[in-house]
Ligand binder design. Structure first.
Ligand code: HPA
Length: 235
């Protein structure tokens, strides 16, 4: 049993969809899964296991940011034998051609987080996605005619950076978008031989407050991403 996930052995599926927001995990379980049952409520980090088109899958809320996500990922992998992790999240776009609601399929993730320096002091690690999952996600997105982009992102520790222009160096060096978890997910997954992929819906654009998604637009963008993530379970 984990400290933060208190489930019985075998209650988590080999594949887990992870979301920062535990209520989104609950929404996915209730809307897309059959026979979903809740295995964790500790700290409100809701986790459910059910079936999608007959395939057993779990969906777990992890909270925001690298430290919180790392805790849940560690316990999922080392206490519950999880072998495949798909993050369903949101991100802020860095690039003018990347619009609100577009899907980002994350190939690699840089980070400004000091957690990476705890593991690799004075060095830089380049965490990347599992290629088989990434390739499959591209096929699914293409088949569903989604607007999508594949590339590198930034996983930041600071949602509210005191320097409003700090993001520009990452945009300049080709990062597509920013979120707060993927670099650690890809790192820990690589260390343990676990397959990982992050799918992100663009929810905002850095340096541009002129347009916000309506609730309905946000819902439909999320739904495209959730369905893409679930379709990765199919052979
Ligand atoms: N910054 C960091 N994380 C995010 C953002 C952002 O602008 N949007 C969605 N997740």
């Amino acid at each position: 049993m984990g400290v933060h996930i208190q489930a019985q052995q075998g209650e988590l599926a080999e594949t887990v969809l992870i979301t920062g927001d535990p209520l989104r995990a609950q929404f996915i379980a209730k809307t897309f899964l059959e026979e979903a049952s809740c295995y964790n409520r500790i700290r409100g980090a809701l986790g459910f296991t059910g079936y999608y088109k007959g395939i057993r899958v779990s969906v777990q809320g992890t909270g925001m940011g690298i430290p919180s996500t790392a805790i849940y990922l560690h316990e999922m992998i080392h206490e519950y034998g999880v072998r495949q992790v798909i993050r369903l999240g949101s991100c802020g776009s860095f690039q003018p051609d990347i619009r609100l609601k577009d899907l980002i399929i994350v190939m690699s993730a840089s980070t400004d987080s000091s957690t990476s320096q705890r593991i690799f002091p004075g060095m830089n690690y380049a965490p990347s996605a599992d290629f088989s999952l990434l390739e499959k996600a591209v096929l699914v997105a293409r088949n569903h005619s989604l607007r999508f982009h594949v590339g590198q992102i930034l996983s930041t520790d600071l949602f509210y950076h005191p320097d409003p222009d700090a993001w520009k160096i990452w945009a300049d060096w080709g990062a597509l978008a920013v979120e707060m978890e993927t670099s650690m997910i890809y790192s820990l997954a690589s260390k343990s031989g676990v397959r990982a992929l992050s799918l992100l819906t663009v929810s905002d654009r850095l340096g541009d407050d002129s347009y916000q998604l309506s609730a309905a637009e946000r819902e439909s963008g999320l739904e495209d991403m959730i369905r893409t993530g679930l379709e990765l379970l199919m052979d």
